[in-house]
Design a protein around this ligand. Structure first.
Ligand SMILES: Cc1ncc(COP(=O)(O)O)c(C=O)c1O
Length: 403
């Protein structure tokens, strides 16, 4: 490498990574960052000139390109232009921002809401604003990286309880010194495994031990609950989560993140969280698209029913072939491969047969649990899901993952 500092630890780290990528590329095992040329109907995409079934999208309800959402975004551009040129606190707040926050609060049955320019920034900023030195944050071991980073950034005592293990969480809560502020935090649907948090269990413990409860609903909005409102609706609980965090980049076909909560909490975040105060506002088109998308979810409940049917078909079919889909209960469907190289090889087989799916390998998941991380959506056709499963099945047999 042509660096001036040729032999320090940074150079060696970059070199090791460069070598690994070169090896993957040389063996036709690298499929990340491929440009999608066109989004086609029925959850298909054009990549390298080929039409492929898309099994790596978070558009769980198939709302990307929805005419009402596109129209709302275009109208916002006509009205407000393409950016706000500023932070919300100063001149950046537009009526579409406050409208979106009211829509989110209504959708989440919360008093009010605040939005940020990404889900990642939301977790980072919200956790580190609420918690600080001397406080305790107790986090599920499989929580998303943005939660982990927010906890580390907060400076609070950071403890990780075993995945969904309420007994372990209780032991940890008992170990927090009397009178100390504590936050318990988890994904609603785990982003690599697709399983659902035990919200009733967490609620009971956070109430018993007087802890704050924060849940990240990136993968449950539009996915869980009869009307798609998320984890509280799924468990038939009312407005019980103190800090309901979510993203605008998955089921909601936009970009950004939010927190819905009591008005005093939101007011505090609006005046103290650095990603709100020191970073530019959501672009008008994205705010308007998100605002319309929440309304479409409520107006088109058939999408949730179709997603549930497709999820059942996909998980049932893969399990029937002998694949280990781990503990998934949702549209995120891990297909366990084992070693990283096997997951890369499975991806190659699938992509060569026009199934766009990608692997997740260590350190994103524990070593030896590399997997295809497939997703299914309401927009997939039944016959297309069957074809994708055939392709994945053939690949699994060829690589000895199933018999
Ligand atoms: C659970 C979870 N939280 C937060 C995020 C970050 O959201 P965004 O992509 O909108 O920044 C993600 C995205 O992958 C996620 O899966």
């Amino acid at each position: 490498m042509d660096f001036h500092n040729t032999n320090d630890a940074v150079t060696r780290r970059i070199q090791a990574f460069t070598d690994r990528l070169a090896m993957l590329r040389a063996n036709d095992l690298y499929f990340y960052n491929q440009p999608v040329q066109e989004i086609l109907p029925g959850m298909k995409v054009r990549v390298n000139g080929r039409e492929m079934g898309m099994y790596a999208s978070y558009s769980y309800l198939g709302l990307v390109g929805h005419p009402r959402i596109n129209a709302a975004a275009k109208a916002a551009v006509d009205k407000f232009g393409t950016g706000t040129n500023g932070v919300r606190t100063l001149a950046g707040t537009l009526t579409i921002h406050t409208e979106l926050e009211e829509t989110i609060a209504d959708f989440k049955h919360a008093e009010t809401a605040i939005t940020y320019s990404s889900g990642y920034a939301t977790n980072l900023s919200v956790i580190s604003t609420l918690m600080g030195r001397g406080d305790y944050v107790l986090s599920d071991k499989l929580n998303h990286a943005s939660i982990v980073d927010g906890c580390l950034m907060s400076g609070a005592e950071f403890r990780r309880f075993r995945h969904k293990d309420m007994k372990h969480l209780e032991t940890m809560l008992q170990g927090v010194p009397e009178g100390t502020a504590k936050l318990v935090i988890a994904d609603s649907v785990f982003s690599m495994d697709g399983d659902i948090i035990d919200l009733p269990g967490m609620l009971e413990l956070t109430r018993k031990y007087d802890a704050w409860l924060m849940i990240d609903e990136a993968h449950s909005v539009g996915v869980l609950g009869k009307t798609g409102r998320g984890i509280e609706e799924h468990f038939d609980l009312g407005d019980v989560i103190d800090i309901k965090m979510g993203t605008l980049s998955k089921t909601i076909p936009s970009v950004g993140g939010y927190v819905a909560a009591k008005k005093e909490i939101i007011s505090y975040l609006r005046h103290a969280s650095r990603a709100y105060i020191f970073s530019a506002a959501l672009p008008p088109a994205q705010a308007a698209a998100a605002n319309e998308a929440f309304k479409v979810i409520l107006d088109e409940p058939w999408r949730i029913e179709q997603l549930n049917r497709n999820t059942k078909q996909f998980i049932g079919g893969l399990k029937g072939m002998g694949f280990d889909t781990m503990l998934t209960e949702t549209a995120i469907v891990p297909v366990l491969c084992g070693e990283d190289e096997k997951a890369f090889a499975m991806t190659r087989e699938a992509q060569h047969h026009d199934v766009f799916v990608l692997p997740v390998v260590s350190p994103a998941v524990p070593e030896g649990t590399a997997r295809l991380r497939a997703t299914v959506t309401a927009a997939h056709e039944t016959s297309e899901i069957a074809r994708a499963m055939d392709v994945i099945g053939e690949a699994g047999k060829k690589l000895g993952i199933i018999k």
